[in-house]
Design a protein around this ligand. Sequence first.
Ligand code: ATP
Ligand code: MG
Length: 465
Amino acid sequence: MRLSIRWKLAAAFFLITATVLMVSNLFILRTLELNYLGAREATHLANANIIALAGREDIVHGDRNAFYLARNFGAQIQARVLILNNNGRVIIDSFDEPWLVGQVLRHPEVVSALAGTSGSGLNKVSDAETVLNVAVPVLKDKQVIGAVMVVVDVADVYLTLDGIRAQMIGVSFLSGLLAALFSLALAGILTRPLNALTRAVRRMESGDLNQRVAATARDELGDLGQAFNSMAVQLESVDRARRDFVANASHELRSPLASVKALVQSLSDGDERNPEVYREYLRDIDSEMDRLNRMVDNLLHLARLEEQSAPLNMENCDVAELVDHVTGLMSTLAATKGITLGKSASGRPNQSLDRDLIIRVLFNLVDNAIRHTPPGGRVTVEAEVGKTTLLFRVRDTGEGIPEEDLPHIFDRFYRADKARSRATGGTGLGLSIVRQAVTRHGGTIEVRSKPGHETTFEIKLPVKH
Ligand SMILES: Nc1ncnc2c1ncn2[C@@H]1O[C@H](COP(=O)(O)OP(=O)(O)OP(=O)(O)O)[C@@H](O)[C@H]1O
Ligand SMILES: [Mg+2]
C-alpha cells in the first residue's frame, strides 16, 4: 500500500506524542498514589500511637474502657481500631464484631509491631475496597505487651486517582490528535516542493527540458530545488549544443557534397571532348572528397574523445623525441611555404602521455601555425617539463587571430576567416580535437595573439610522479 509522507509523519507524531504522554502520566499517577498513601499512613501511625499511649495501662486486658477508647477514637478518625495482645490475638474491635475478637492476626505489619517496630500494609479486601493497615506496638517498661492496629478504607484515594487517570488519558489523546494535525500541516509544507519537483521531472522526462522549480527555501529542499534548476539549465544547454552540432555538421558536409554534385553534373551535361577539362574536374572532385573524408574522420575522432569512458592509451614518452617527431612530419610543409620551423625541449624527458593523441595535438597546432604564417615567418615548438606541469608551446609570427574570434576558435566548425579557411580546406574541427585531448589529459590550453604579429598556444598538462 502506498502511504504518503504526510500520513506517515502524522501517524508518527501521533504515536510519539501519545506514548510520551502516557508514560509520563503513568509515572505521575504512581507518584500521586505513593504520596496520598504515604500521607494516610503517617496520619494513622500517629493515631495508632496516640491510642497505644493513652491506653497503655489497661489496654491489653480487654476491659470495657479500652473498648470505648477504641470505639470513640475510631469513630473520630473514621477507622476501625483493633487492639491485640502480644500473641497477635484480637482483644478489642471498635466495630464490635464478635467474630474477629479472639482471632490471631498474622499480617506482616502485626508481626512487625509485635517485634517492636511499627508497620503498615495495603490489603485488597475486594475489587472495590482496599484498606490500609497500620500497626504499632504497645509498650510497658520497654516490653511489647500488645499492638494497636488501625484499619482505614483508602477507596477514596483510588477513586481520586481513577478520576485523574481518566482526565489524563483524554488529554493525551487530544494532544496526540493535535500533534497529528500539526504534522499533517507541516508535512504539507515539506512535500509541496517535492511534489512540484516530481511534476517538473515528469515533464522533463516527456521531453520538455525548459523546467524550473521555485527554490527560495533556505533549507535542504531549497538546495534540492537549486540543484535541480542548475541541472535543468545544464541539460538544456547540452541539448541545444547537440542540436547546433547536428545542424552545423549537416551544413558543413553539405557544401563539399554540393560541389561534387555540381562538378559531376556539368561533366555529364557538357559534350566536352577535351580530356584536360575532364582531368581538372576530376581533380576538383577528388579534393572535395578528401575534404569530406577529413571532416568525417575528425568528427569520428572527436566523438571517440568525448566518450569519457573510452580510456586513453597512456605510455611513457620521451618529450624531446615527441617534439622531434612532429617537427619532422611538418618540415616539408614548412619548407614549401618558406617558413623556419624551430624546436626546443627541456626538463626530465620521460612523461606518461597518450602518445598518438599528443602528436595529433601538436600536429594540429603546428599545421594551423604554418597555414596562418606568411612566407619568411617562423614557427616554434617548445616543451618544458617542470615540477608540476608539462608545458607545450607553439608560437608563430603569422597573421594572428582577431580578438573577437579568440573565444570561439575552439568551437566546432569555427573558422576565423571563413572564406579563406574553406579555400585552404580546413574543417574547423582541429582545435576542438586539440582542446578535448588536452582536457582528457587533465590539462588546460590557452591562446594569446597579437593580430598582424604573432600567435602563441600554450598547453599545460599535470606531471605525474
Ligand atoms: N596559429 C594561428 N594563427 C591564426 N589563426 C589561427 C591559428 N590557429 C587557428 N587559427 C584560426 O582558428 C580557426 C580554427 O582552427 P581549427 O584548427 O579548429 O580549424 P581549421 O584549421 O580551419 O581546420 P582543420 O584544423 O580541421 O584543418 C582557424 O580557421 C583559424 O581561423
Ligand atoms: Mg587546424
